[in-house]
Design a protein around this ligand. Structure first.
Ligand code: BJW
Ligand code: ZN
Length: 246
């Protein structure tokens, strides 16, 4: 088996409460583009013109077109071995929480159960006036789609400058403070407040390991930083853990 540090296997093996924080990198091997980095979305598109409440107010049609395009991309993709390894990991613990910044629904498709979506879900819709939530897009009669109240419907995602869903954030902070071990997978760890969760876990005594393609601002602050593809590292980690349990 490949190289997974014993300290990480030991920490996971001894943990009662495990959390995993994921970012766009975990879905890149499924074909979902990341935001930052070489082929990142924000290289080609200005987030201030597409992912802020001001942008939506200014040009709701443009914002909707961009989100419909991305929904289309995400509809056709499937969970990869990293998503599936997290499902396996969850089965090993009575206390477990998966905290994702991703809006692509791939963790749910993979079968993860204890899951919080910090930045919402691109397949859901809500009203920008009355906060009514819809689990599906209404029949389109032009963009932007309208709510019964007359307000513009919008994707149920969190844009820059917006608060994260309160219950999700509270659950994530509590889990970060209480867990014994946290895995941080495929996030550039620059977007707050998600990026502070590993630091809270560390401060409260958890063993924190990062799995990423490249170094991040977290790399020198965590216990272990593993460089590689999530779709290879996560299944490998699981196999080591299973071998230890035998
Ligand atoms: C692999 C891999 C493979 C690739 N295997 N690895 C100044 C200082 C501090 C904070 C702020 C500030 N100015 C403003 C803020 C606040 C702001 C913020 O943090 N900005 C920073 C960018 C500076 N945050 C907010 O506004 C948040 N709200 C908030 O703070 O409310 C309170 C507040 C209000 C008003 C003012 C101030 C505070 C909301 C954040 C919302 C983020 N929304 C988005 C879009 C979601 C909807 C959509 O999809 O369209 O969420 S932006 C985007 O970034 C998306 C992601 O969830 C998020 C994080 O990105 P992520 O997941 O880390 O992806 P990448 O692409 O960055 O990284 C991928 C990583 O994977 C890389 O490291 C690769 O190496 C790796 N990788 N392939 C392993 N195969
Ligand atoms: Zn409404």
């Amino acid at each position: 088996m490949g190289n997974i540090p014993q300290a990480l296997i030991g920490a996971l093996d001894g943990a009662e409460y495990v959390t995993v924080l994921t970012g766009a990198g975990i879905s890149s091997e499924s074909g979902v583009p990341t935001f930052r980095g070489k082929d990142g979305i924000w290289r080609k598109h200005n987030p201030m013109q597409l992912a802020t409440p001001e942008a939506f107010e200014r040009d709701p049609k443009l914002v909707w077109e961009w989100y419909l395009y991305r929904r289309g991309l995400m509809q056709g993709v499937h969970p990869n071995p990293a998503h599936l390894a997290i499902v396996e990991l969850e089965r090993r613990y009575s206390r477990f929480l998966l905290i994702t910044q991703n809006v692509d629904d791939l963790h749910r498709k993979a079968g993860s159960l204890e899951l919080v979506e910090l930045h919402g879900n691109i397949f859901k819709v809500r009203c920008s006036m009355c906060e009514r939530k819809l689990s599906e897009m209404p029949e389109l009669e032009g963009l932007p789609p309208r709510c019964e109240c007359g307000g513009n419907l919008r994707p149920d995602v969190v844009w820059f400058g917006e608060m994260l869903p309160h219950a999700a954030l509270e659950r994530a902070f509590e889990a970060a403070a209480q867990c014994d071990c946290m895995l941080v997978v495929g996030t550039s760890a620059v977007v707050q407040p998600a990026a502070s969760l590993p630091l809270i876990a560390k401060r409260e005594g958890a063993f924190v390991a990062e799995l990423n393609y490249e170094p991040t601002p977290l790399s020198h602050l965590v216990d272990i930083s593993l460089m590689g593809k999530a779709g290879e590292l996560m299944p490998l980690l699981l196999r080591h853990l299973e071998a230890k349990g035998d």
